[in-house]
Design a protein around this ligand. Structure first.
Ligand SMILES: Nc1nc2c(c(=O)[nH]1)N[C@H]1C(S)=C(S)[C@@H](COP(=O)(O)O)O[C@H]1N2
Ligand SMILES: [Mo]
Length: 445
């Protein structure tokens, strides 16, 4: 837009406004490309479309935010095993993650990852709908506007960052040189702050935008009858609109189809059966074992770099924390009272898999170790690197279905699923269901 076309700055910018001279200078020297604003000519763009997409995100994004923060708590920050460990002022109140219902983490994390993916087309459409706002010049006319623009950078930058890091994480593509968890956690807070400011500023505009066109009327309007909305003060509506090539209902259908497509290539990870082949976004959903052990393998035995001899006859489980260490071989464990429970493994990446596990209840092992009421249990794997340890809460040890599993679906665990023994606890984040367990330290206090 040429500087000369612009209105004079409003006289009422008052004490908080920028000096008139500064505003004039910026107006006379727009950045290269500011005139491209005229190119955004879609007649669909306007307060109504932006408000509808905004409403969808207003309802759904809090679910993604809350389930994400719950995941941090489920990791057990009280044991220093949630990442990042030190979050300063952003420390959340922690509580003992429940073991009942057993599908709790499966639900919260499935929602976090699944909904996060499904919303990508909606978020892109919302960004498209407000493109002209990103080019408005001068960038701000008052302190209030400057804050709004800053919150917008946090909002848009934050959500794009969360999407990119989240999607790369479920692809196991740790291409960035920083910890995914740390980046995703702090990125989330940047986004949350931007989201709250944006809500406070835009909520009234959203209601007005929604009321500006009756939804039923929009659904009944064809492409030929689709006209731009009246010019709005925010400049969403094109100055020089092109004829419509799509109706508003068509645009909503397009965005909705994008969301459904994302759902189809995601949901197979949890639903299973033939839909598993459609789970294109989840590589772990397709790497499977055989027979009773035919379900998602996260890290394979080969990838664990454990010496196979260490899981053979020489394998021993050591229980510590009591008066003296107790050492058991697999035969001794199999001779103890066995308990069977149908429980999910629910990975932070969103996939989950429910199987029938059999093994020794952890609380019986605690008694055997001489610590009948431990405040926590520290489990270690034979594996030297990676997710080779976890601390379990008191309630996660005492729950009746919490197991040191030896079998799955009636068969011995396969090497890939943690033979000779692995942890299975109801509602535990998958990352803590340690495979190839070698020691458990029951801690009395
Ligand atoms: N020793 C060890 N245990 C582990 C892991 C690992 O990398 N090493 N991965 C964890 C993760 S992230 C998940 S989701 C589950 C997956 O279990 P599965 O491979 O049997 O499906 O195992 C957990 N236990
Ligand atoms: Mo996982």
């Amino acid at each position: 837009m040429d500087g000369d076309d612009r209105d004079e700055p409003p006289a009422d910018t008052g004490g908080y406004g920028f000096p008139r001279a500064l505003w004039r200078t910026m107006d006379k020297h727009p950045p290269p490309g500011a005139h491209h604003l005229r190119r955004w000519r879609s007649p669909l763009r306007g307060p109504w479309l932006t408000s509808v997409l905004g409403l969808v995100l207003l309802i759904t994004l809090p679910v993604v935010i809350i389930t994400g923060l719950l995941s941090y708590i489920a990791y057990g920050p009280q044991f220093g095993q949630a990442i990042p460990v030190d979050v300063g002022l952003l420390k959340l109140p922690t509580f003992n993650w429940p073991t009942d219902p057993s599908w709790l983490y499966r639900l919260t994390q499935g929602l976090h990852v699944g909904l996060g993916l499904i919303l990508i087309p909606v978020i892109l459409a919302k960004l498209w709908s407000v493109i002209p706002r990103f080019f408005s010049w001068p960038p701000s006319r008052s302190l209030a506007q400057l804050l709004e623009r800053l919150s917008l950078i946090m909002l848009v930058g934050g959500i794009l960052f969360e999407i990119v890091t989240g999607v790369l994480n479920i692809q196991y593509d740790y291409i960035f040189g920083f910890s995914f968890y740390t980046a995703h956690y702090f990125g989330a807070w940047v986004f949350i702050a931007g989201f709250l400011v944006h809500l406070a500023i835009k909520l009234p505009k959203m209601w007005a935008g929604l009321r500006s066109l009756p939804f039923r009327q929009v659904l009944a309007t064809s492409t030929a009858e689709t006209w731009p909305e009246p010019t709005d003060p925010d400049g969403l509506v094109a100055v020089d609109p092109a004829p419509a090539t799509m109706s508003r209902r068509g645009a909503l259908l397009l965005v909705g189809s994008g969301a459904v497509f994302m759902a189809v290539i995601t949901a197979g990870q949890t639903i299973g059966g033939f839909t598993r082949h459609l789970a294109l976004l989840l590589p772990r959903g397709r790497d499977l074992g055989n027979g009773p052990n035919d379900f998602e393998v996260n890290k394979t035995f080969a990838a664990s770099l454990i010496d196979p001899r260490a899981t053979g006859d020489a394998w021993r489980l050591t229980l510590t924390g009591g008066p003296r260490a107790v050492v058991l071989d697999r035969a001794a464990l199999l001779a103890m009272t066995q308990h069977t429970a149908t429980l999910p493994i629910a990975c932070v990446e969103g996939w989950s898999s429910t199987q029938r596990w059999t093994g020794v209840p952890l609380r019986n092992l605690a008694v055997l170790a001489g610590v009948p009421n431990p405040v926590s249990a520290y489990v270690r794997s034979l594996e030297r690197y990676g997710f080779n340890q976890a601390t379990l809460q008191a309630n996660q040890v005492s729950a009746q279905d919490s197991l040191l599993a030896l079998k799955v679906n009636g068969a011995d665990l396969s090497p890939d699923h943690g033979y000779p023994a692995r942890i299975i606890v109801p509602a535990l984040p998958g990352v803590h269901s340690t495979k190839w367990v070698t020691t458990i330290d029951f801690r009395a206090g």
